[in-house]
Every structure is written in C-alpha cells, then in structure tokens.
Design a protein around this ligand. Structure first.
Ligand code: B3K
Ligand code: ZN
Length: 891
C-alpha cells in the first residue's frame, strides 16, 4: 500500500463528541532500549487484544507515531510486508489484506530515534549529560508506534542497555528486577512496573547522576525507598524536596486515606524541561528549577513552589495515575483535582489566608484574562488542534476552583466520602469528569446536574449585587443577578450554580448572626453559603437593626466577578474590619483599584494627580497594626499589578497605567516614609535562614518596605538596598534588593548585577533569576539589554528555562517595555516565535499568547500586534501549536 499523505488540509481539529473506545487494548508492553544519544534503537513487544467495548467488525490496528524510523514489524513472529500495513506521517495502520487480525496477538515493532536532534523535548531527548523522556500528552509516539491515548492502559517491562561510563544510572518506572553487564563495556537494567498505566506515564532516565536517599514508612507500615537523582554539583540542593515529599505522603494518607503503592519513589532533576514537572509512575521528572533548593540559592518563593510541586506530582499517583483520564478533554479531571489537592496541602502546612490570596491572584490575573480573550475555553474543552495548548490556567486553576466549589457545597466530610467512592470505584480505570461528579453526587445524595455547567461553559460569570435595607421591617435584601459574557463559540450561557459565602458587618464592623427570611430556628452562623442557581435571585435577612455592610464571596467561594458599587468608604470599612481575611485583603485591592482607575482618567485628561488622604490613612493603619499577620500586611499593601489594572480598563492605556501606578507607589513612599523605615528596621534579623511561615512573613513585609523606600529615589535608600544585597544570608533578601535596584538607572544597579553574576555564574537556577530580573526592569532601554543578553554565555535559546527567564519575562512580565509604542517589543516577540517554532513548538506557542489580546489596545498597537501575528502565520511549516494560538487570536 502507498504511504498516506500527511495532514493534507493543515492542522485538524479533534472533537470530544467524536470519542470512540479503542478497537484494541494492549495488556503488556515490553520495551527494549539500546541507548545512544543520536541513534537509539527501540524494540517494542505488544500483547494486543480486541476491546469488547468496541463493536467494529475486523478493525485495523491503529498505532500513532511521530518522527520515527521504522526498522521492522512482526506479527506473531512473522515479518509483515508492506502490503499488510500503511505507514503515514503520524500513523501506522496494521490491516492485513488476506485475513483479519486475530482476537489476540503479539506485535513486535523496531524503531530508531535520534534523541540529540530532539529539540522539542517531547519523547526521548538529550539533556546535558543524560537522556530522559517526556511523554504527556503525546510524546510516547515519538519513541515507538503505539495507540498513544490514555484509555489504553498496560503493564510495562523496560530493559535499558547503555554505555557504562556515559549512562551509569539507568532508570524507568516501577521496580528494578535485574541488572547486569554486557561483554562490550555496556550494562543493562530491567524495570517492571506492576501497575496498569497509560503510555503518557512512561519514563526513562539514563545518565551520570547521584542520588539522595531516604525511607518512608506508610500508614500500613510498608517501607518505601525515596530517591532524588541529580547531577553531582546539585547534591546539596535536595533536602527541601525530600522533606516536602515526605510531608506530601503523610498528608495524603491523613487527608484522603491514600497510601503509596510501589516500593520505590524516584525524582530526577533535569535542566532542559518544557514545564515544571511530570508525574510518571514511580519516576517523576522535574525541571531542576522546581526541585533544587538551598537557602543561599533559592528564595522563599522557590521553597514554597517546590513544596507544592513535589506534592502535586506525588498526589497524581492517585488523582491521575491510578485513576486516569479517558481522553485529553478530561484533563481537568486529574489536573483541576490535583491542583485543588496541592492548594489544600500548602494551606494546611503554611498560612491558609496567604495561600488563598496567592491562588486568587493567579486566577484573576491570568485565568480571568484568558476567559476574556480569544483562547477562552471551558474547564473541559470540547475541541482542540494541539492538546499541549490546553495545559492552561483554565484547565488547572479554574478546574481547581470548580472542585473547591463542590467542597463548599458538600462540606469537607462529604467531599472525603465522595473521593473515597471515586477512588474505590475507578481504581485502575480511565474515566471522565462525569464519573468524578457522579461519585460526589452519590456519596452526598445531591444533584450536581446544573453544577456541571462549570465544566462545559467558558467565561467568568459576573454577579451584580444590589442591596435594599428596610428599616421598618428590619430586613436586608440582596438582589443578585448573574450573567456571563459570550466566549468564542458560546454566545448564550445558561445560569451557573454558584455558592456565594456571605457575611454582614454591623456598624462596629462585627459580624451579625444571619437569619434568612422564612427560617424558624434562630440564626447561628455569621457566614452563610447562598446557593445561586437562577439568573435573578433575592435573599432577605431578617432582624437587621441597622444598615449593614455585606461581605460577599468570602474566601473567594466561587470564581466570579462581584459587582457591588461600593464606595471608597464602604471598601475602607471592610478593609479595616472584615473577619474574613481573604475579603479584607480583597476590599483593599478593590479600594486601590477604584482609586487607580480614577487617577488614570485624571492622567488622560492631563489633570494633576492627587492621592486621597483616606487611602494613605488606611495603608498606615494596616502597616502599623501589630495584630495582623505580617504576610497579610505585605499582601494588603501591594498594589494590583499593571496587568490586572489593564484588565479593568476598557482600552488599555499602557503609559497611563504605568505612570499612575508609579505615582501611587511614590506618593505612598514619601507619605509613609518614617513608617516604612520603622517596620523595615524592626524586621531585620541575623537568624540563619528558615523556611517557616513566620520567617517568610517577616521577610516579605521587610522587603515590601524596602520596595516603597526605594521609590523615594533617595541615595540613603539605595545605600540601604545595597547593604541588604551584599550582607543578606539568604537568596530571598539578596534577590529582593537586586530586583528593586534593577529598576533604577544608578551606578549601584550595574555593580550589583555584575557582582551577582560573578558570584553565581556556575549555578543554573541562580543565573535564570539574574536573567529574569534584567528582562523585567522597567528602565527604558530594557529591550536593547535583553537582546544583548541573548548573546551572553549565560543564555541558550534551546533551554526552556532561559527562554522563559529572558524572553518570556520580557514579553509577559514587562508591560511598559513590551508594549512600547513603536512596536519594537512585538517585533522582537515575532522574531523569537519564528525561531523557536522550529526548535520547540510548545515554548513558541506559550510566547505567542502575549499577542493574543491585541484587541484590548489602542488602534496603533492593535495594528502592530496583528502584523506580527500575520507574519507568524505566514511561516512555512508552522507548528500546529503556534498555528492554533495565532490563528485563533486573529479570528
Ligand atoms: N502533567 C504534567 C504536565 C504535562 C504537560 C504536557 N505538555 C505536570 C503536572 O501537571 O503535574
Ligand atoms: Zn498536574
């Protein structure tokens, strides 16, 4: 048969509604790797059998393949000749013409691959001194021909053969059962994974690695060996990840009753990696920046992140690996749920309120923006061109919020009953979001049919709330109207089921006991969760003797926008008194936002800018309040980011936002200078570094003060920053000072950056920070500087971390420079996307998203951004990753 023509009509679209069960299942996979950096040979034996769930008669066996050289094919030991299969660009179809395929058979496939040429970092690739894999979502097909879809779950045996000196360590999933040497100075290892797994969880690592080892005793008393593999120079950076892993294992036992199942759990740190980490069964592979830490080289933020990512990947062992997704549309089944699990873990181990604020900040700045742009999609999308583009804040973070809402509706105990049922019922299966929700419904005897809309409708719902106080009847009514703006492909939305947590504050700022009209029993709660299910709904509280101030959406009970029309005074009141820590912070943010938006108007009308005294006063009171958690003070006194302010404007005025925010910071700097200084000094410490909530809180408040102090641009403050930079005993304080100094055109800036590089040039994780700080500088010549840094020995376009640090940071984290009016930032992005597209499409596609919301800008910028999108689309052989984002952006 002739070869199939590849992808005739450009990238195709895959639809959820087209799902059909696979025609064949693979019970057993035996892989044999002959490892070599540029020519690895893979022999795969598949034990294939007809799938009873698929009713087709005599179906062909369809195997996926990408960038493979096919060497041989044997069916039940017999070589297949070319008349018995079709070999296409991305498929191998076994369809013997003379006789149908047997009910069960063995297929042996031999392929050759070139890891060294694999710059996309999907499949098997070369990273420094090691070979490693990344298979989710569709990388396994770049290793061998296989039905590369998550509903085909198999048992794997893997034999790795390689050069002893180049690849002294040979790892794969499961347990090591045998190892030995060959007669030609090579050696081999055989790994058997007793669990059923989809191909995306396959992994191998071969390289010169050392490991840190520990032992964990599970709740049933089994011993599990824990190993973190790193390159020799990073041996001292494993302690924190190891501690985090043990914390996660204990937490999952205590919180969900989930125990680890294999005898060994391995983590490997890799320098070239497209994302944060990967939950391969028993063999997690981590981006080195998400696992390695020491006090001298990692910040509080890094420590915090590592703790949560290590936990996230570990939690996947149940939510993702043992119970996996039927198809990639169900991605949030494992990702939304697992993010929710890691958020709760971090909240339990650190400060719950700070964690909630961090998570909501991410959601509001990134996910709300995605929901409002051309890439908006539901938590469960119904179509995609390239699945890699759907590892998004919507699937992950909004997906976690949806799970969080289920917990708000059924309570913590009910939620645990639901997860127990889900894990028991579906262990070893590939399932759907419906299966998860059904378990919650059945365990709690509730109906979540309307709630399912959260999974299927895109867009951020808006709640418009009007209040009505009846003094005579002593009632207070909330009139709530919900709506959701149209998103691509979804113009009309049906009402969502929204849990809205509400409290009412009396004149002293204390919470009232809440009594809803029609309820007989006296109210006992001070926070009530209202179930909003209709487009318009009213809730009346009785026994309210004064007009209260309502605190709405406490704890961010639903991922919605709440419009109240509160004035500055009401917001300042909530900012001072709300008993809900999240809403207290939120009121401060809303107050700051109202003021910023008014000042932006003033600026645009060329009127003088004046910052209101009440705001300065509210800031002072918060800063000096000894009863408040320091971390919360730091959060409360941070102004909304430029990006988030931009999202609240009808047309984004890049310069106005920048200038006004800067004006506000500078005014606060001068007005509260003594207070900033006082708190800065009061929070200094010579203690050795500790990763504890208290110490992190202290450092975050102190560094917030330093940030404001520098805005005075007084030499004494620059001296203070330099002092902190050179004397700090930890990376958090050093880096805070350095990143602030990088924003001022002063001699200290140059000196600090220079000293820093001299000191840390050997350390990849620190060099990434050094690049990012420079790319994020607000100074006017930053783009020129970024281009220069691209020539620096520290940079490599092939390394995703370096690209993210320098190019990604400039394009997605430096609005004033990226959106320069002359279009130079856009042109730069266009250049980089075109180059990266051929090297690493996933990284290129991430980058191009900085152009996708072009319609939000002024006409001139719109034109310049569009021009780059069109230029990108003109590239020949554009990857489908970039094509999907760029073409949707222009629709
Ligand atoms: N599951 C991986 C992400 C895979 C991304 C593939 N493009 C990490 C995680 O979410 O845990
Ligand atoms: Zn995940």
């Amino acid at each position: 048969m002739a070869d199939l023509a590849a992808n005739q009509s450009g990238p195709g679209v895959v639809y959820l509604s087209d799902y059909t069960p696979p025609a064949y299942l693979i019970d057993q996979v035996d892989l044999h790797f002959d490892l070599d950096a540029s020519a690895t040979q893979v022999r795969t034996s598949l034990k294939v059998r007809r799938n009873p769930q698929n009713s087709q008669s005599n179906p062909a066996l369809e195997l996926d393949g990408d960038n493979l050289e096919l060497l041989s094919l044997r069916l039940e030991g017999e070589p297949l000749d070319q008349s018995q299969y079709e070999l296409g660009e991305d498929k191998l179809i076994i369809a013997p013409t003379e006789s149908p395929l047997p009910e069960a058979f063995e297929l042996i496939v031999e392929t050759r691959i070139n890891p060294a040429a694999n710059t996309a970092l999907e499949g098997l690739y070369d990273s420094g001194s090691m070979l490693c894999t990344q298979c989710e979502a569709q990388g396994f097909r770049r290793i061998t021909y296989f039905p590369d879809r998550p509903d085909v779950m198999s048992r794997y045996t893997v034999t790795l053969v390689g050069d002893k000196s180049k690849y002294p360590v040979l790892l794969s999933n499961g347990n090591l059962v045998e190892a030995g040497e060959t007669d030609d100075s090579r050696h081999w290892a055989r790994w058997v994974d007793p669990s059923l797994k989809p191909s995306y969880l396959f992994a191998l690592v071969a390289g010169q690695l050392v490991c840190q080892e520990d032992v964990y005793t599970t709740m049933s008393g089994r011993e599990v060996v824990l190993r973190i593999y790193v390159e020799e120079e990073n041996r001292h950076k494993c302690d924190h990840a190891m501690t985090s892993l043990k914390q996660a294992m204990r937490w999952d036992e205590e919180t969900y009753g989930r125990e680890y199942d294999l005898d060994i759990y391995m983590i490997v740190a890799v320098n070239d990696f497209n994302m944060g980490a990967m939950e391969n069964k028993g063999l997690n592979i981590f981006n080195s920046s998400c696992v390695l830490a020491s006090p001298e080289t990692a910040t509080d933020h890094d420590f915090y992140n590592i703790q949560s990512i290590v936990a996230h990947e570990y939690f996947h062992n149940w939510s993702g690996n043992r119970v996996t997704c039927r198809d990639w549309f169900q991605l949030s089944l494992k990702e939304g749920f697992t993010v929710f699990r890691d958020q709760e873990f971090s909240a339990d181990l650190n400060s719950r309120a700070v964690k909630r604020i961090d998570d909501v900040n991410i959601l509001r700045t990134h996910q709300f923006a995605q929901d409002a742009g051309p890439m908006a999609h539901p938590v469960r999308p119904d179509r995609y061109m390239e699945i890699s583009n759907f590892y998004t804040v919507t699937v992950y973070n909004k997906g976690a919020e949806v799970v969080h809402m289920i917990m708000n509706l059924v309570g913590r105990e009910g939620f645990r009953k639901g997860t127990d049922l889900y894990f028991a019922r579906h262990d070893g299966q590939a399932v759907t979001i419906e299966d998860f929700v059904r378990a919650m419904e059945e365990a709690n005897h509730i109906d979540l049919a309307q709630f399912m809309r959260w999974y299927n409708q895109a867009g951020t719902p808006v709640l418009k709330v009007d209040e009505e106080y009846d003094e005579q009847a002593q009632t207070y009514t909330l009139h709530i109207e919900q709506s959701c703006p149209p998103t691509p492909g979804q113009t009309e939305k049906a009402p969502f089921h929204i849990p809205l947590a509400v409290g009412l504050l009396d004149m002293q700022g204390d919470d009232l006991l809440l009594q809803l009209a029609g309820e007989n029993a006296p109210g006992e709660a001070r926070t009530r969760v209202l179930s909003i299910t209709e487009a318009r709904q009213s809730f009346t509280f009785t026994g309210v003797n004064h007009r209260p101030v309502a605190s709405l959406g406490r704890g961010f009970s639903a991922p919605v926008k709440i419009q109240t029309g509160y004035d500055d005074e009401q917001l300042a009141f909530l900012f001072a008194h709300d008993s809900d820590e999240f809403n207290r912070w939120d009121a401060g943010q809303k107050l700051a936002m109202n003021i910023l938006l008014r000042l932006i108007e003033q600026f645009q009308q060329k009127k003088p800018l004046i910052l209101d005294d009440t705001f300065i006063h509210a800031f002072r009171k918060t800063l000096l309040n000894p009863r408040l958690d320091k971390a919360l003070i730091a959060q409360a006194l941070s102004l909304p980011s430029e990006g988030y302010i931009a999202d609240q404007c009808e047309v984004v005025d890049v310069e106005a936002i920048f200038e006004v925010r800067h004006f506000m910071r500078q005014t606060l700097a001068f007005e509260l200078k003594d207070e900033w200084l006082q708190i800065y000094e009061a929070n200094s410490s010579d203690n050795p570094y500790a990763f504890s909530a208290e110490e992190m809180a202290r450092r975050s408040l102190r560094n917030l003060c330093l940030g404001y102090l520098l805005e005075t641009e007084e030499q004494a403050m620059f001296d203070r920053a330099m002092q902190q930079f050179s004397r700090a005993n930890n990376m958090t304080d050093t880096l805070a000072a350095l990143s602030m100094l990088a924003n001022y055109a002063i001699p200290e800036r140059h000196q600090a950056l220079e000293d820093f590089y001299q000191k840390w040039q050997h350390d990849q994780q620190v060099v990434e920070k050094w690049l990012a700080i420079q790319a994020g500088s607000r100074l006017p010549r930053t783009l020129r500087h970024v281009k220069k840094l691209m020539q620096h020995e520290a940079f490599s376009i092939k390394n995703p971390n370096k690209v993210r640090a320098l190019i990604g940071r400039f394009c997605a984290g430096n609005p004033i420079n990226f959106h320069a009016a002359d279009g130079s930032g856009y042109q730069f992005l266009g250049d980089q996307v075109l180059e990266l597209d051929s090297l690493n499409p996933q990284i290129a596609a991430r980058l191009v998203q900085s152009l996708s919301r072009w319609k939000r800008y002024d006409e001139k910028r719109q034109g310049l951004m569009k021009q780059q999108l069109e230029r990108i689309l003109d590239k020949e052989e554009l990857s489908k990753d970039v094509y999907e984002i760029a073409s949707k952006s222009l629709e």
